[in-house]
Design a protein around this ligand. Sequence first.
Ligand code: HPA
Length: 269
Amino acid sequence: MLEKVKTIAEHIKKTVSFNPEVGIILGSGLGGLVKEIEVTKELNYADIPGFPVSTVKGHGSKLIFGKLNGVNVVAMQGRFHYYEGYSMQEVILPVRVMKFLGIKTLILSNASGGVNPAYKVGDLMILDDHINLMGTNPLIGKNEDELGPRFPDMGEPYDKTLIEKAKKIATAHGFVCHTGVYAAVTGPTFETRAEYKYIKYIGADCVGMSTVPENIAARHMGLPVFAISIITDLGGSDHPEVITHEEVLKVANAAEQKMTVIIKELIKE
Ligand code: HPA
């Protein structure tokens, strides 16, 4: 795994000769942030030897190198989800590659279902913790000691300083922005009513199908992480509406401008 990561990182370095400071992974329907990047170079996943290829609608499938608000970034437009059939190793491979490209901070975005009754469709939620309900962990297997410890501490999965800064930015713009706990499930099914009830009961505020594996891989390597969700739907018996991927993408697209503003200003700081 490690050799593969290093080979891919070397290949990318030779191809783009660019030093990213921040890595960004964009979630479903949230690719619009890339419009704000002054692009130096784009690499399709298909043109990176060893890289998986994205399969889901609403994802762009490329690595974008450039400046966002004056800061060198590498953005992943389209992530790899476990439900697509990728192994956990493949899901987290880009995070490890980004680390070898030199990033110092990782920013993650996603679309998620609101569980906290106070949340409304289109709201933002900054992650300050998570619950891994995926039934697996990307670090299972031989530990890569060069990357991080066998038993990584997860006391601060999301960087407190970045959370505080992002909250101030959101308030300054008058955005509704919660801070809460993200529960990660594998999908691809949305939750049953009983599952929603359970997820709420165990203390989660929203639920989604990504982000946690990438967070774990990043924290294993000591990378600070900031993550933000757009609440695209509400589940449970109070909300009998049928959830569709199309609706999730529509709401994400409508709300992403707020998220873009927060990430842009956060990066600057
Ligand atoms: N559940 C799980 N994942 C999701 C949801 C949801 O309601 N909405 C967007 N991603």
